[in-house]
Ligand binder design. Structure first.
Ligand code: GCU
Length: 349
């Protein structure tokens, strides 16, 4: 499967290089400008469904000029590969986890902090607030890309092949896959497990061959990515709510006319709305399937045990990046208004 992806990846890159040489992404059947969007989820995932709605919307409004092409399932490489392709303009957009964006701009570190949001509601309200997201979303402009919208990726929790995680001590000695971000590696080390950073597409094989003992992700990873076929326990320690971010190439976005840009902005809003509505349904269905078909056992440990251990990471980050303090404080206001246990949107506790 990975080999097929690699061959496809090389073919796409050759096609994109040829398109770039012959005049910037022309490639639609009627001579339209091709807009390429990459992501790493399957075609039944809320991310793909939302991007398909965007494709339909843009083509219904600007179909004579643009032809949107979506590349799912890491066809264009890992998220890190796709961010680099977006930076250079080889593709126009990709969906990347906020976790890996921290290596492109330190501002993204904030949303990766464990337990930075007290509840799903606090998380959603904060992410809807331009004062919270704008300074972060614009911070990569110098690097050639900017964030145009965020999408929900639920709550991240630990899941393991055979050892139930009921307290941090249970993580001791276990190799746990984390996303390729310094914050995630630090979090895992503090909690006592052995952090094993790797790309999302490699996790299933690593679990199956016991190269790792577990991973951490939302419930969709159990079903859409099949991890629940290998892992018996899923523990709601609720350590992170990390959004996925749609990023776009700055040169492409800046080249749009004002009228086109307004239509694209409408389309970005549509992605957010469609994905979040689909997310709630998808997580419910994933839990159902994981419990009843895959035989995954869901556990509800005391989250405070995990939270207390991660707490020092907040002070440390604020010392390292003092400019993020006003945004952090704004998030605390939402946390006070929507404390834990006021959950919404497919997240349980
Ligand atoms: C989630 C998230 C992805 C991310 C993945 C991961 O599925 O939506 O953007 O790549 O987790 O753990 O790598």
């Amino acid at each position: 499967m990975r080999r097929c992806h690699s061959i496809f990846f090389v073919m796409i890159c050759m096609e994109m290089a040829a398109a770039a040489l012959s005049g910037c992404g022309m490639g639609g059947s009627g001579g339209q400008r091709m807009i390429r969007i990459g992501h790493n989820q399957a075609t039944d995932h809320p991310t793909h469904i939302a991007l398909t709605a965007f494709e339909e919307y843009i083509e219904s409004r600007l179909g004579e000029t643009y032809n949107v092409e979506i590349y799912p399932s890491e066809l264009l490489g890992s998220q890190t590969d796709m961010v680099q392709l977006t930076q250079t303009g080889a593709i126009d957009f990709c969906v990347a986890s906020n976790a890996i964006l921290e290596t492109f701009s330190e501002n993204y570190t904030l949303f990766n902090l464990p337990y930075v949001f007290a509840s799903a509601q606090a998380y959603h309200r904060a992410m809807e607030d331009p004062e919270v997201i704008d300074p972060i979303f614009e911070s990569t402009k110098r690097a050639g890309f900017e964030a145009v919208t965020w999408i929900d990726a639920g709550t991240r929790n630990f899941y393991t092949v055979s050892r139930p995680i009921e307290a941090p001590a249970d993580l001791k000695g276990l190799k746990i896959r984390v996303q390729q971000s310094p914050t995630n590696v630090e979090m895992m080390s503090l909690l006592g497990g052995s952090a094993t950073p790797m790309g999302f597409g490699d996790v299933y094989t690593a679990l199956q061959s016991r190269v790792i003992d577990g991973a951490e992700n939302n419930e969709m990873a159990l079903t859409s990515n099949g991890h629940g076929d290998v892992c018996r326990y899923y523990s709601y320690d609720m350590h992170q709510m990390i959004p996925d971010i749609l990023i776009g190439n700055c040169a492409f976005l800046d080249g749009l006319s004002q009228e086109e840009r307004e239509i694209f902005e409408e389309g970005f809003g549509l992605i957010n709305r469609v994905e979040r509505a689909e997310w709630v349904k998808a997580v419910e269905a994933a839990k159902e399937k994981a419990a009843n078909v895959q035989g995954v056992v869901f556990l509800y440990p005391d989250t405070k045990l995990f939270q207390d251990i991660c707490e020092p990471m907040h002070e440390k980050m604020l010392k390292q990046y003092p400019d993020l303090k006003p945004i952090y404080e704004k998030i605390q206001e939402y946390n006070a208004r929507y404390p834990a246990k006021t959950e919404e949107g497919g997240t349980v506790q």
